[in-house]
Design a protein around this ligand. Structure first.
Ligand SMILES: C[S@@+](CC[C@H](N)C(=O)[O-])C[C@H]1O[C@@H](n2cnc3c(N)ncnc32)[C@H](O)[C@@H]1O
Length: 273
């Protein structure tokens, strides 16, 4: 079977899985990402002493924040199919002195190996966009959450990305062509609220936040570079067009006029009692 073009579907089968450890940690440190991740976790209302699951935990950026929020009496479990990411997550939690509160387990979010009602809350942050059946994962998250517990999902919505670029036609073609080929639903972020309601959660709330970069942060630059390279590989733009597109972005940043934004949608609901 040909490999799916979205590397996040199978990190361990990529030529350099370690690169994703660096990239997820770099993203986690980005100022705008830190702000919107913590804003979402506050919106979820994670309580001290609670037991929380994060599905698709990657290197544990969100789990480490959760471990601080649940405090010494709470417990956090991160699940991810990638063994490379799970190993990195364990090491990083140890380095941050949080390994007594957070545990990492390799596994698929659509087949969680936990009993019904094990957790007070279950979250998935920037995961559902990457999977073939997001609903199956959310159903599992609901199953392992106790009645009255909280289920929360947050994702970027690539239909909302905006870049100030002198060649708007090329920017639109590159962004739309690339995201349509790589994701099941590039506009998935805005669908999360409706999904939680359809799956029977109660008191579903939505938070909309924006990733904003005006300095061409190294993480934004590597994302745009990967996007351009991916668009060439997928036949969306030519190599020459991709080079021209990236040079104009650099020039824009050097002129102090770089602007890139993308909306993040977070939906949170309660499991009926
Ligand atoms: C963009 S990363 C997000 C990581 C982390 N939540 C964060 O915000 O830093 C997406 C993660 O989803 C994981 N993933 C992919 N397929 C999955 C599945 N079927 N079940 C659970 N996680 C999955 C990937 O391995 C990757 O770690």
């Amino acid at each position: 079977m040909p490999r799916h073009p979205d590397p996040f579907r199978a990190i361990d089968r990529q030529p350099d899985p370690g690169q994703f450890v660096q990239s997820l940690e770099a993203r986690g440190r980005t100022r705008s990402q830190t702000r919107l991740r913590r804003h979402f976790l506050k919106f979820v209302r994670v309580k001290p002493g609670s037991r929380v699951l994060e599905v698709g935990c990657g290197t544990g950026v969100v789990c480490r924040d959760l471990a601080q929020m649940v405090g010494p009496r709470g417990r956090v479990v991160g699940v991810d199919p990638s063994r490379t990411l799970i190993q990195a997550a364990r090491r990083l939690a140890r380095e941050h002195g949080l390994d007594r509160r957070v545990r990492f387990v390799a596994g698929d979010g659509a087949r969680l190996r936990f009993r019904d009602g094990t957790f007070d809350g279950a979250l998935a942050v920037t995961v559902l966009l990457h999977v073939s059946n997001p609903q199956a994962i959310v159903m599992e998250m609901i199953r392992v959450t106790s009645p009255g517990g909280v289920v929360g999902v947050q994702d970027q919505d690539w239909g909302t990305q905006a870049l100030d670029h002198p060649d708007r036609a090329l920017t639109r073609r590159l962004f739309e062509g690339y995201t349509q080929k790589i994701y099941n639903d590039p506009w998935s972020g805005r669908t999360l609220f409706g999904m939680l309601r359809r799956l029977g959660l109660q008191h579903v709330r939505l938070i909309t936040d924006v990733y904003q970069d005006t300095r061409l942060d190294p993480w934004t630059w590597s994302t745009l570079e990967r996007r351009a390279a991916g668009a060439v590989k997928l036949g969306v733009v030519s190599e020459r067009e991709a080079r021209r597109w990236l040079s104009a972005i650099k020039a824009q940043a050097e002129a102090g006029a770089f602007v890139f934004t993308v909306n993040f949608y977070g939906a949170v609901g309660l499991k009926p009692t």
